[in-house]
Write a protein that binds this ligand. Structure first.
Ligand code: FAD
Length: 397
């Protein structure tokens, strides 16, 4: 039996091995049985269901030994990109906060270490990143700098003795409150270049404040972080980050994960809407029997299918080592646009119940807005593509 049924119209699942499908099947059962019942209530309260964290980690989420042959202690073999993508898809079709929680570690933090750490540092940290025993977050965005972070980054790093002193603030940092370390990007006051540091969350001078009142991704916790005279040893600097160009390499590699989230999220909304219209009756017939509703179902399926085809192909390219800014930017931009239309159509066909947490559609509809904006807004990704098409950078006037 196929795992993704109607959401995977052209059978992308056939690219998975039997072993990968088995592991994904276990993730599906866990999400359906243990996670799903907790979602509406935690979303409403704005709290992450922390009890799901360890069981999800125990599912061997990052590099399942069963698939990679990486027994404990041995160097794990990286999981295949397509499988990695479907894992994110699976989490996002249940809940975007769960997918974001996972990609904060498996995408953002792991990429910071993979791209930024020296070989010796990677040997020390990577096994603990993979088994989640060293939890980290990616602290780039600042209160005054989001889209223009490359030029606007103002957190400072000052060399002092055998270490560094960091001062500044970071905003929106996902998962910071439960992390062991924060990967903080700061500008070296001596040479003006961006460097990266692993800062202990509980180090003196670090304060975290929960961002309250979110109307999207309410389960995921985002922090406003203040760094005041925070001392970091040189050994905790990521030795391969020497300028913003190295940070851009991280962003380029991570953006495809968000495209997988945008794809999984709309698949979840579509499935929930399809189930609903086949059940509910008006005018003595099921909603799904009306022509106008069927047109919306077809559009939603078209969006999901186009998105999935796009991320699968991008992932295949990246697996060959081909990473270009404009290609991951296009995937993030386009899947997010389609996602926004899909969740709006899903909400429409569910009617009034589409704005309550009783149907999953309302949660997907609200959560889509954060996914639309994080890791490069629509405009910023469009400008990256525009620059590649014309040779003209239009980020500033
Ligand atoms: P702004 O940069 O202020 O942009 C506002 C609007 O102006 C946008 O529509 C933008 O596209 C537009 N705009 C800006 N410049 C231009 C231009 N030149 N031309 C045309 N339009 C333009 N960051 C992290 O570092 N780590 C995290 O873990 C993290 N998690 C996040 C989780 C959530 C839920 C959210 C909402 C954000 C998160 N972020 C994180 C930050 C996120 O990456 C930024 O919100 C995003 O980059 C946009 O920056 P901004 O919000 O400051 O918007």
């Amino acid at each position: 039996e196929r795992l993704y049924g109607v959401c995977d119209y052209y059978d992308a699942e056939s690219l998975l091995t039997d072993g990968e499908r088995r592991v994904l099947g276990r993730l599906r059962s866990f999400l359906d049985e243990k996670a799903h019942p907790l979602l509406a209530d935690h979303w409403e309260r704005g709290e992450f269901p922390t009890e799901l964290g360890q069981p999800l980690i125990d599912l061997d989420l990052m590099e399942p030994a069963e698939l990679t042959g990486g027994a404990s202690g041995a160097e794990p073999v990286p999981a295949r990109g397509i499988y990695q993508g479907f894992r994110i898809f699976e989490l996002a079709r249940t809940d975007a906060s769960l997918a974001t929680w996972y990609t904060a570690q498996a995408g953002l933090f792991r990429t910071a270490i993979r791209v930024g750490a020296s070989e010796a540092q990677q040997r020390e940290w990577m096994p603990r990143v993979i088994d989640f025993s060293l939890k980290g977050v990616f602290s780039l965005t600042e209160p005054e700098s989001g889209s223009d972070i490359a030029g606007g980054l103002s957190t400072t790093a000052r060399r002092e003795g055998d270490g560094w002193i960091l001062d500044g603030a970071k905003r929106w940092i996902g998962g910071a409150s439960t992390a062991d370390v924060l990967a903080v990007f700061a500008r070296d006051v001596a040479d003006g270049q961006v460097k990266a540091f692993l800062v202990e969350r509980e180090a003196p001078g670090v304060t975290l404040e929960k961002i309250h009142g979110k109307t999207s991704l309410r389960m995921m916790q985002n922090a406003h972080i203040t760094l005041t005279g925070v001392r970091v040893p040189e050994a905790m600097r990521l030795h391969n980050v020497n300028s913003f160009r190295d940070v851009a390499a991280m962003l380029r590699a991570m953006r495809s994960d968000v495209a997988w989230i945008a794809t999984g999220l709309q698949a979840g909304a579509f499935e929930a809407a399809l189930g609903y219209v086949n059940e509910r009756k008006q005018f003595g017939r099921s909603l799904g029997s009306f022509q106008l509703v069927q047109e919306k179902l077809a559009r939603m399926l078209g969006n999901v299918t186009a998105s999935l085809s796009l991320v699968v192909r991008l992932t295949e390219q990246q697996a060959k080592g081909i990473y270009r800014d404009q290609e991951s930017a296009l995937a993030k931009m386009q899947t997010s646009l389609l996602m926004r239309e899909t969740v709006a159509l899903a909400r429409e066909v569910v009617g009034g119940n589409g704005i309550t947490l009783d149907t999953d559609v309302a949660r997907f509809h609200a959560d889509a807005e954060a996914v639309y904006s994080y890791e490069g807004t629509h405009e910023i990704n469009a400008l990256i593509i525009g620059r590649a098409l014309t040779g003209e950078s239009a980020f500033t006037r």
